[in-house]
Write a protein that binds this ligand. Structure first.
Ligand code: DAH
Length: 334
């Protein structure tokens, strides 16, 4: 009996895992285990020796069981500790975070422009970017030999098809679809074969058109001054300069007082104190003739502006190409 006990304790000492311990448990307490067979051999003893011997085996069995339970909980504790240690979190490490996108400065400027005109009752009109020469030039009263049709500026798709060079063709398409009064803006992409600090082959414009009875230049002025004051601030000075466009007569270019130097002259306004912001004018009756509007009854005004130019001024950006490079460090600032 003592030899069983000694060998058990000797073996128990080298146990260092739960698997190992359960092997030992089977070896001593299992169906074919040492203790079990000791119990079985009781029947071969003389009857009067059985109770005393049986008690010894039972005591040994109880103490082995207790010992195994003790070691088992010790091993479980140790395993839990190593597991917790390996799963521990270093709360001083920087956390994971989600990058949020921001609206592109061009889209943002575009929706700002659109919102202002929508509030003034303008609807939104769209036209194709691949446009017929007829709408891009002809019906806007560009003579056949006009320099704007030159290969240098226009991307030709075929002899009579171009990538629209401005949003003005939407004026013609919009008027063909309905009778006056009309009042809409046409935002969209336009294309010109040009590239430098202030020009990209693709850029955005917003066109505007209003036609009704008794529309005068003062209506044009009122709408544009209201727009520019909302866009650049109510104190911004606005001036109209005579200009020329084939589809408007008279035509004007509209300037705002330089928002950087407040008119005293700086690098951005090239010392003039003024920034050119858009083109405008009274719709040339020749354009009305193309869309069969009665030129005696109706008058109208039109205007057009470059979205990139306005965004560059609003956000003090001096290179237009930044808008299209998709550098996240640039875009994140908006
Ligand atoms: N389409 C002209 C351009 O791209 C801008 C413009 C000027 C539009 C005068 C107009 C206008 O409607 O009346 O340069």
């Amino acid at each position: 009996m003592t030899s069983i006990k000694d060998s058990f304790y000797a073996e128990l000492k080298s146990v260092n895992s739960l698997n190992h311990l359960s092997d030992l448990k089977v070896k001593y307490l299992g169906k074919k285990g040492i203790i079990t067979s000791e119990m079985k051999s009781l029947s071969s003893l003389p009857v009067d020796e059985r109770p005393a011997h049986g008690k010894k085996i039972n005591d040994l069995k109880t103490s082995i069981e207790a010992e195994i339970d003790r070691i088992e909980s010790e091993l479980k504790n140790r395993e839990l500790k190593t597991q917790l240690l390996s799963e521990s979190i270093d709360v001083t490490l920087p956390g994971k975070y989600t990058l949020f996108g921001t609206e592109h400065p061009i889209n943002r400027t575009l929706s700002e422009i659109v919102d202002i005109f929508v509030k003034m009752g303008f609807s939104i009109e769209e036209g194709p970017e691949v446009e017929l020469d007829y709408y891009n030039f002809e019906a806007l009263n560009f003579p056949k030999n006009h320099p704007a049709r030159d290969m240098q500026d226009t991307f030709f798709v075929s002899d009579n098809t171009v990538l629209r060079t401005h949003t003005s063709p939407v004026q013609v398409r919009g008027m063909e679809k309905r009778n006056p009064p009309v009042r809409f803006i046409a935002p969209g992409k336009v294309y010109r074969c040009d590239a430098d600090m202030t020009h990209t082959p693709l850029f955005h414009q917003v066109e505007g058109l209003m036609v009704d009875r008794h529309i005068t230049f003062s209506n044009l002025k009122g709408i544009l001054v209201a727009f520019l004051h909302q866009m650049f601030g109510a104190e911004t000075p606005v001036r109209f300069r005579p200009s020329f466009f084939p589809f408007t007569e008279p035509s004007a270019e509209v300037d705002i007082g330089c928002i950087f130097c407040k008119g005293s002259g700086c690098r951005v306004c090239k010392g003039s104190g003024w920034l050119e912001i858009l083109g405008a004018g009274m719709v040339n009756p020749r354009v009305f003739e193309y869309v069969k509007y009665d030129t005696e009854e109706f008058t109208g005004f039109a205007f057009g502006m470059g979205v990139e130019r306005i965004a560059m001024l609003k956000y003090s950006i001096d290179d237009i190409r930044l808008f299209f490079e998709n550098d996240i460090r640039f875009l994140r600032q908006f």
